[in-house]
Design a protein around this ligand. Structure first.
Ligand code: TPP
Ligand code: MG
Length: 165
């Protein structure tokens, strides 16, 4: 985690004739985002795609799968496109699928370093196969969530079935 941006900078220096693209979650990106200034300083035309769900998604679902209530997994909404511009680079914000192709094209036609902040859905990552223990612990999370926060949100059982059977 946190290696996407510095990795992209290093790759662009090592391969100046290639187009380098870094893809990161917003949580990983915020660990190292100040490094974007380095890309601007050295005119590196890297494109960083930030998959932004405003949360530490993997950890959120790991906590649930272990039977815990969520703790400290929500991030504040951050305007990464504005940050990119403030650093002297280019910033794009995409929150509609219809805008994706056009804005990506715009970003790739430019020679400047760019951050492409893409809003993504909040979806549980795989395990491809859900084990019995994971299902029991997840049940504990649902019950805790109900008694503590008065919330009941069941996952899509149709989809989950495919991962149990
Ligand atoms: C250096 C480091 N710190 C912490 C972790 C544990 N960790 C794994 S995924 C994750 C959250 C990632 O959040 P984000 O980058 O927003 O991706 P998302 O899961 O939301 O797609 C954390 C804290 C790690 N893998 N590496
Ligand atoms: Mg995230």
């Amino acid at each position: 985690m946190g290696s996407g941006l510095p990795g992209a900078i290093a790759a662009q220096i090592a391969y100046p004739d290639k187009q380098v693209v870094g893809i990161c979650g917003e949580g990983g990106f915020t660990m190292v985002m100040h490094d974007f200034i380095t890309a601007v300083k050295y005119d590196l035309p890297i494109k960083i795609v930030v998959l932004n769900n405003s949360k530490l998604g993997m950890i959120k679902y790991e906590q649930q799968e272990m039977g815990h209530l969520n703790y400290m997994t929500d991030m504040k909404e951050i305007d990464f496109a504005a940050f990119a511009k403030a650093c002297g680079g280019e910033g794009y914000h995409i929150d509609k699928l219809e805008d994706l192709a056009d804005l990506l094209k715009q970003a790739f036609l430019s020679n400047k370093p760019a951050i492409i902040d893409v809003a993504i859905e909040d979806m549980a990552p795989l395990p491809g196969k859900i084990t019995y223990e994971q299902a029991v612990k997840y049940g504990q999370f649902l019950i805790k969530e109900f008694f503590t926060n008065k919330k009941v949100e069941f996952p899509d059982l149709g989809k989950a079935m495919h991962r149990i059977l």
